[in-house]
Design a protein around this ligand. Structure first.
Ligand SMILES: C[S@@+](CC[C@H](N)C(=O)[O-])C[C@H]1O[C@@H](n2cnc3c(N)ncnc32)[C@H](O)[C@@H]1O
Length: 301
């Protein structure tokens, strides 16, 4: 292994590694991604960081990590690929399937009070919000259910994939033939081997970038349900608490909050009460947040 350790530093600097990568480089990178996106990168991730970012160095024709780090000034366009390279985008249609019947039942109950508002707040490449849209179409028996879905992510690159709604056919292999026929179009000619989500589902969803770490979120409504799945695991506990306090503010008092399978919110019992497997409701009596009309400005949905 090329990892040469001294008391407090390591260097990737052998023939297998194109670039020299020091403990100091790693520390600067992990501080930057923590400040920008709240993501914690422990030292055991050094090789992964090296591999993902050395692709950026190569693409930009740079000679060293210190040259790369110099690029990351305040408004640098490199922030987007930097965050994109260091975040994990793993997702799937109907991942954690048990959530979707609960979401559908809840939306059905809420539909009498106007349009149902749903939010996927770490939407990645779109499989999660499209699964929500399919669940809604199934629940209401129409491609035009009374539902609006907001899909956000810190990474504008994955959101663009989400917005297009085009996936290799292997990504939908776990879906039934009926669901495939009803909600997807098969690609022809240069799109053979791909499927596209039906435009009616796309129209249900608004895709916008949103960094959960930002102190102000550009939202003006409260949501009937929020899916915030498999993103908290990358945050430390103080960041989780801050983000979840903020999420609670945008969840209706009787709304549902869906977490990922390994995201236990028991240390945040003052914010959320469990009401199913990784499903929560805002903890009653704790909402110290302002009413809908006084939420932050600038709107997406
Ligand atoms: C592992 S994916 C989870 C996707 C989907 N929620 C699921 O469970 O299948 C994590 C997503 O969180 C996003 N993410 C990471 N940090 C974020 C932040 N600070 N604000 C918003 N999204 C973030 C990443 O870009 C990535 O797309």
């Amino acid at each position: 292994m090329s990892l040469l350790r001294s008391a407090s530093s390591f260097v990737f600097g052998d023939k297998q590694h194109e670039y020299r990568f020091t403990a100091d480089d790693f520390e600067r990178i992990s501080n930057l991604i923590y400040q920008r996106a709240g993501i914690c990168l422990p030292p055991r991730k050094a090789e992964m960081v090296y591999n993902r970012l050395s692709r950026r160095l190569r693409a930009l024709g740079l000679q060293s990590f210190s040259d790369y780090l110099k690029l990351l000034g305040n408004d640098s366009p490199e922030w987007e690929p930097f965050i994109g390279a260091l975040t994990t985008h793993l997702t799937a249609f109907f991942r954690e399937e048990h959530h979707f019947p609960i979401l559908a039942r809840h939306a059905g109950d809420k539909a009498g009070n106007g349009r149902v508002k749903l939010w996927s707040c770490a939407a990645s490449t779109g499989e999660e919000p499209y699964s929500m849209a399919i669940a809604m179409a199934e629940r209401f028996g129409t491609l035009y259910p009374p539902v609006d879905i907001l899909a956000t992510d810190v990474d504008a690159g994955v959101l663009e994939t989400a917005r297009q709604g085009i996936y290799p056919i292997e990504r939908v292999q776990s879906l039934s033939e009926r669901v495939l026929r009803r909600y997807f179009l098969r690609g022809g000619r240069d799109k053979t081997g791909f499927v596209k989500v039906r435009p009616e589902l796309q129209q249900m969803i608004t895709f916008e970038p949103l960094n959960l770490l930002d102190p102000v979120w550009p939202l003006t409504v409260q949501y009937d349900a929020v899916m915030c799945r498999n993103v908290m695991i990358y945050f430390d506990r103080p960041t989780q608490k801050r983000v979840l306090q903020h999420c609670q503010r945008y969840l209706k008092a009787d709304g549902l909050f869906f977490a990922g399978h390994s995201e236990n919110l028991s240390h945040l019992a003052d914010l959320f009460d469990p009401c199913g497997k990784t499903v929560y409701r805002p903890h009653c009596g704790t909402s110290v947040y302002p009413a809908e009309s006084s939420l932050d400005t600038v709107c997406y949905a």
